[in-house]
Ligand binder design. Sequence first.
Ligand code: PEP
Length: 255
Amino acid sequence: MPRKKYIIANWKMNLSLAQTLSLAKKFKEKFKGFKQAEIAVCPSTLVLADTAKILRHSGIALGAQNVFWQEAGAYTGEVSPAMLSEAGCGYVILGHSERRKYLLENYEIINKKVRAVIKNGELIPIVCIGESSEERKTDRRDFVLVEQLEQAFSGVEIFGNQRIIIAYEPIWAIGTGTAIEPAEAEYAHKIIKLALNDIVGMRLVSQNFNVVYGGSINSKNVKSFADLENMDGLLVGGASLNADEFFKVAKEITK
Ligand code: PEP
């Protein structure tokens, strides 16, 4: 039986609180009875708890877009893994390239977050990696992916059935309308799995890890990603802001 795919909506900071709740209601309606994939939505931190109330019993999971690495204390403005879980989250995006660019998050910080989330044990981390256009042009993609994974998982101990999702998000493909060629995504996903084999071991990679793709996916280009061997799902930005469009993406990738 094919493994269930993960299809994750990253709503970023695109919606007001009222718009978020309205979109969550539309998702709930649209995905009623949809069991072919794991669906998760990641709204702004501010509206997580209210979105959780809407999504209760819908089968749609909730994710956050960020977390801090400490459990509690004097960390103004931050939110812990336990708080996210208490608010109803099952997922958290870590190290998105927009946070690396605008908040100067580096892989040392991302590593602390990965450790904290895994220690907490209640959330599935979605760890974003991906090369810039410059790195791709100069043939450094494979090296960059391996290095980002090594840094993110350095000293991380994975317990039991902790699930971990790696989102391969080439920076040059995010929000540009141009997705990667499916064959290139398949190649990158293979590199990611091979690198993970070295870092955490083959058994954990096959039991605990999934690799999803993110970058300008929509209902028109998604078809050609459906049959890739190493593709465990999608992280979707722009196309997830419309329930009909996101539903089409989900239907196509699970056909
Ligand atoms: C993202 O930023 O995670 C993303 C995949 O965005 P988009 O689909 O808009 O390229």
